[in-house]
Design a protein around this ligand. Structure first.
Ligand code: B12
Length: 588
């Protein structure tokens, strides 16, 4: 066992935490005091639970499609749910489930919302807002993002249960930080209580869902980390807390063999007759183009067809949540979603004819590796946690330790296959890590060969580089480039808010900051930086890159806000050569 990892985890052991079981019990009691809702879909179809419906579909080889929807306002969201139902009636595609993607502001208790940068999507304020989603149509509505594992977990979980969201999620998101909220201890306590609320509705089918790619596995270099993490989370949520636990995944696992081997491995390891552990597979998002976007139908259709055939063969209850061909550009509109959903539905028509043509051996073989190495990863993680003196029977203590672990360190700490320098040697490398690494190398080569840079252009430049949200690969990219050309870069990590960023710059004595943003909050973020700098009476050189868009007041779709950010005096640009020239100008 890696002694360094044990010592590192020992340094994270929390003090002054209440007993996790008492907290869980409190949550169960809170849950007992509320009545769980039931969707109009369940009432109409006669199924007691959505799980029962899902199992019935699986047994018949019928694949369930679900729409992931997060529009600009609640009114638009509710109207869209009605339209989805009508679309199903008109076409016969019979779509019955919508998973809602509200704004990240919902993850924050109300008193913190006013000061947070505004990301895309709508905000829910009251229980009525959750109930409104039913829209008088027989649909099953799920609330998962920003529920269960965020600082506002008690409110979002309670409202979701009352509104009949049998799946509450998403456990893996507990590692996300929200702007302005710093009380990790309270965050973890409220999360364990919220899991308790879901446990109280166990017999009514309620479960804790998780989404691998939003959590630690989304930061890893090895697909085996998906399995190792899933087993660890299952131990805490299912074995210790007693909740039903379901595992979803998919936007970053874009290579077909690991993409299908992962649920097969999980199904074989965790599903039982009584409890199915397989959730949904999200459309892969990283092979998409942001130009000639119709070309994205190619990989999207291929992927959906394979998933349909896979589910017809294994009957494990894997649902499909497709992503639109506009994924690389912005959040999808209802039309974008119905469009890709229709493609998926038409693929189902001819699927039976493909069944006999399929050879699942490569998937089975990859699943074997995932099971074998995933179990070793999990056992290694458990052994390290135990050796570090963590109370392995206390869900709160375990979550608290993991919360303190920087996401980029999870894999490096618990992986069982490393070289002498401690670098993880992946069994099945992830795509995004690999792609970003080669993008960085290719860009560096271009800057030398085509732009004539010499390598010393940024000598003497000191800057803080950070991500304003959970997206890390853009940050990895700029860190790599700026360091290559001589800048001294301190990484501010992820989820950093404007005041913390400027505090860090002040502490380090740096006056240049480069921020990567993706959630549509770039304009707000820049405004806050300018205001804070003014208040502090200081001059900073500020640069922003990433997804430079926002939903402007009164609009339903995002607009490019690069110009508006530049007007504020914050340099907004993704062209890395222009950024290097700008950084050079700061030296003068
Ligand atoms: C990977 C990913 C994730 C992963 C992130 C994992 C990780 N460890 O980073 C996960 C699954 C966790 C995730 C979560 C979310 N995501 Co996301 N994600 C993506 C995805 C697929 C790829 C982004 C990426 O890493 N690309 C690779 C890097 C190398 O490229 P890049 O980021 O584009 O960076 C380039 C430039 O922008 C530039 N750059 C980037 N930063 C900077 C900074 C500076 C200073 C400079 C100069 C340049 C620069 O350099 C790079 C090379 O050119 C995109 C869709 C897509 N295909 O692009 C959505 C996307 C960015 N995500 C999106 C959203 C909405 C979210 C969520 C809010 C969704 C949700 N509700 O759950 C959450 C975020 C929650 C949070 N707490 O922040 C939206 C943003 C929508 C918008 N603004 O219009 C996108 C576009 C998807 C979509 N269509 O809805 N996501």
């Amino acid at each position: 066992m890696d002694k360094k990892s044990v010592e590192f985890i020992r340094s994270l052991k929390p003090v002054d935490l209440p007993d996790g079981y008492e907290v869980l019990k409190e949550g169960i009691e809170m849950g007992n005091g509320i009545k769980a809702g039931k969707s109009l879909f369940l009432k109409e179809s006669g199924f007691e639970t959505f799980q029962a419906y899902k199992e019935d579909c699986a047994a018949r080889g019928e694949v369930i499609f679900e729409i992931l929807l997060g529009l600009a306002t609640l009114e638009e969201q509710v109207d869209a749910i009605k339209k989805i139902y009508e679309h199903g009636q008109r076409t016969g595609f019979d779509i019955r489930t919508v998973q809602c993607i509200p704004s990240q502001l919902v993850a924050l208790p109300k008193e913190y919302r006013a000061n947070a940068p505004k990301p895309t999507s709508y905000v829910m304020e009251t229980l009525e807002d959750y109930l409104a989603h039913q829209a008088d149509v027989p649909m099953q509505i799920f609330f998962e993002d920003q529920v269960l594992c965020c600082p506002n977990a008690i409110e979002t979980t309670r409202n979701s249960i009352i509104a009949g969201s049998e799946r509450c999620g998403l456990v893996s998101q507990f590692i996300w930080s929200q702007p302005g909220y710093t009380d990790d201890r309270q965050h973890m306590i409220d999360m364990v209580k919220s899991i308790g609320m879901v446990v109280s509705k166990r017999d009514e089918g309620f479960l804790c869902d998780t989404f691998m790619d939003d959590g630690f596995p989304g930061f890893g270099m090895d697909c085996v980390t998906y399995v190792g993490y899933a087993l660890l989370e299952h131990y805490i949520v299912h074995d210790l807390c007693g909740a039903r636990h379901q595992i979803s995944y998919g936007n970053l696992l874009s290579e077909y063999i690991p993409r299908l081997a992962f649920p097969l491995a999980i199904h074989k390891m965790l599903s039982t007759k009584e409890e199915n552990c397989i959730g949904y597979v999200n459309g892969a998002t990283i092979y998409q183009w942001d130009h000639d976007i119709e070309s994205n139908y190619g990989p999207a259709a291929q992927e959906m067809l394979l998933e349909i055939l896979f589910e017809r063969h294994y009957k494990m209850g894997l649902q499909i949540d497709p992503v639109s061909i506009t994924e690389k550009i912005t959040v999808p509109t209802l039309d974008d979603l119905l469009n890709i959903y229709s493609v998926g539905s038409r693929l189902r028509e001819q699927a039976p004819a493909w069944d006999a043509l399929m050879n699942w051996t490569p998937i089975e073989e990859c699943a074997e590796i995932m099971m074998r190495e995933g179990r070793k990863f999990y056992e290694n993680a458990m052994a390290i946690l135990e050796a570090a003196g963590i109370n392995m029977k206390d869900p709160l203590e375990l979550f608290m330790v993991l919360k303190k672990l920087n996401p980029s360190k999870f894999e490096a700490t618990f992986h069982h296959n490393k070289d002498e320098n401690g670098t993880v040697i992946p069994f099945i490398p992830t795509v995004l890590g690999r792609k970003t690494e080669s993008l960085t190398k290719d860009t560096i080569r271009e800057l030398y060969d085509e732009k004539g840079l010499k390598g010393n252009e940024l000598e003497g430049v000191k800057l803080i580089a950070a991500s304003g949200d959970t997206h890390t690969y853009g940050l990895y990219f700029i860190n790599g480039i700026y360091s290559e050309f001589g800048a001294e870069v301190i990484s501010g990590g992820v989820d950093i808010d404007p005041p913390t960023l400027l505090d860090l710059a002040d502490e380090e004595g740096f006056d240049t900051v480069a921020i990567s943003v993706h959630n549509g909050q770039g304009l707000d973020y820049a405004k806050q930086l300018v205001e804070l700098a003014e208040k502090r009476g200081k001059k900073y050189n500020m640069m922003l890159g990433g997804m430079l868009n926002a939903i402007l007041p009164g609009d339903s779709v995002t607009s490019d806000v690069k110009g508006l950010i530049n007007d504020l005096g914050v340099f907004a640009e993704n062209d890395i050569h222009k950024c290097i020239l700008k950084l050079q100008s700061f030296k003068n």
